[in-house]
Design a protein around this ligand. Structure first.
Ligand code: CA
Length: 227
């Protein structure tokens, strides 16, 4: 069963979440401060971390950066502010998802299941092949003709999301919602900019697509090149 680490200073929230997740079969550990949490991430690597941003010792955003420096564990940030700028900032800083306080244990569990699914969970295999493109979700490595692609975190997430749906056109709004967890719309540029970076790294262009095909007004599709 998946191991969850809860880093939260409010005792009532921490204990309630720990109990409710344990009842659902998760292996739960908790820490009441940032540095203790970071030590636990290193000493007993969890499958997912739930990180409160307002911590007494170190700001949660700093804790997130420190976790990212040592681990690729999925991190779900719990924020008290339902503020788009703040949420985009923590996602950019490497959080995988977020919940806005107050949230229910059910809501958190749904997010936990989603990040575990995205990360491949215990499924160690799961290499995705599209033409000469190989993606190893667990190791977060993507190769084109056996050569490692140097992708940023979001570029990798984007490529993985498209590869899991190879041959299917995926809409920009879906990408924003699923890859960026940004169901607001309006920020379409984010998707386009990352797509153009990804294209360049795949050695292709929008004018001469090989793997990444834009379908005007609909979205984008990843597909093996036709011979
Ligand atoms: Ca707090």
């Amino acid at each position: 069963m998946a191991a969850v680490l809860i880093i939260e200073d409010e005792q009532r929230i921490r204990e309630t979440l720990a109990r409710r997740l344990a009842e659902r079969g998760y292996d739960v550990e908790s820490a009441a401060a940032g540095l203790v949490g970071l030590e636990l991430v290193i000493a007993r690597p969890p499958d997912v971390v739930v990180l409160d941003l307002g911590l007494p010792d170190v700001d949660g955003r700093e804790v997130l950066k420190m976790i990212r420096a040592v681990s690729a564990v999925p991190v779900i940030v719990a924020t008290a502010r339902d503020d788009e700028t703040e949420i985009v900032r923590v996602l950019d800083a490497g959080a995988d998802d977020y919940v806005v306080k107050p949230f229910s244990a059910e809501q958190l569990e749904a997010r936990i299941r989603a990040v575990l699914r995205r990360g491949g969970g215990d499924d160690v295999g799961g290499t995705i092949e599209v033409g000469e493109l190989s993606i190893y979700p667990q190791a977060r490595v993507a190769q084109l003709s056996d050569r490692d692609l140097e992708l940023t975190r979001k570029e990798f997430d984007l490529l993985l999301y498209l590869a899991e749906r190879a041959g299917t056109v995926v809409g920009r709004r879906e990408l924003l919602a699923e890859v960026w967890r940004q169901p607001y719309g309006g920020a379409d540029k984010t998707v386009d900019v990352h797509l153009s970076w990804l294209r360049r790294k795949l050695g292709e262009s929008a004018a001469k697509p090989v793997y990444l095909h834009t379908v005007r007004g609909v979205g984008v599709k990843l597909a093996a090149p036709t011979p």
